[in-house]
Design a protein. Structure first.
Length: 253
């Protein structure tokens, strides 16, 4: 059968294609570029690495989780995103991590997770994540402006990955995002209702948005700004807005 031949260890083409795509998704560039152009006359930048990852992928029984774990535990994935004078121009050999903007679907899911306000999609239960949408026929401006493809073709080029002005204006001015931040059942409202201390609220917001605690300098600066306002809730809503618009949140480093 076709499926048996496709996944046979004697046919490495499937494994090489999948591996190349996940390398591109996680490291910012595939071993073969464009990632869906796997012809013999378009060789990989590191053929030995591609073959080794493909062989391990086949050996694991095509385990995607193991493939992702292998890549993300690698030295390449954990390299600094700050280039040096000698590798600043490199876009091919993974001498430093290539910063990329988070894709449309995980971005919307991340905003929902930070604000604790899920997006409602038509005819789907509340709580359905954007990455779980069965097709592209859902009217959501954020997904559209951040390049979610219509999935009408098989080319990876269908997804727009370049940042643009419309994206910046949307995260800065979106009524939808502001409504999530200020939602009466959202994270800020729940933290204030729980009577947490200012330091505890700031720490939780940083952990939710950036997966790290605020530095001592950030805590000190925020404390001064907080003491200068009489509207505590508005202050924390503004803080969430600032975190959602930060490069640390919008880009994968």
């Amino acid at each position: 059968m076709f499926a048996d031949w496709l996944t046979s260890p004697e046919n490495p083409a499937l494994a090489r294609n999948v591996v190349n795509r996940y390398v591109a998704y996680l490291l910012g560039r595939g071993l073969v570029e464009p990632i869906d152009d796997m012809r013999a006359t378009n060789p990989a930048s590191n053929l030995e690495l591609l073959d080794a990852l493909a062989a391990d992928f086949i050996k694991s029984g095509y385990d995607i989780r193991r493939l992702m774990r292998t890549i993300m535990n690698s030295r390449l994935y954990q390299l600094s995103s700050q280039p040096t004078a000698s590798n600043a121009g490199d876009r091919r050999f993974y001498s430093h991590y290539l910063v990329k903007r988070i894709a449309a679907e995980p971005l919307l899911d991340a905003i929902d997770a930070v604000t604790l306000t899920p997006t409602r999609f038509k005819s789907l239960p509340l709580g359905t994540r954007a990455i779980d949408l069965p097709d592209a026929r859902y009217d959501n401006y954020l997904l559209t402006v951040f390049g979610k493809p219509l999935r009408e073709g098989v080319c990876e080029c269908e997804r727009a990955t370049d940042p643009n002005l419309a994206q910046v204006l949307h995260t800065l001015n979106s009524d939808t995002i502001m409504a999530k931040i200020a939602h009466p059942q959202g994270r800020v409202a729940k933290l204030l209702a729980a009577k947490r201390t200012d330091e505890q609220i700031t720490t939780e917001l940083y952990l939710a948005a950036l997966s790290r605690r605020p530095t001592a300098v950030e805590q000190s600066t925020l404390a001064k700004m907080r003491n200068a306002t009489t509207n505590r809730r508005a202050f924390y809503e503004d803080l969430v807005w600032s975190l959602l618009n930060s490069k640390q949140f919008l880009f994968v480093h």
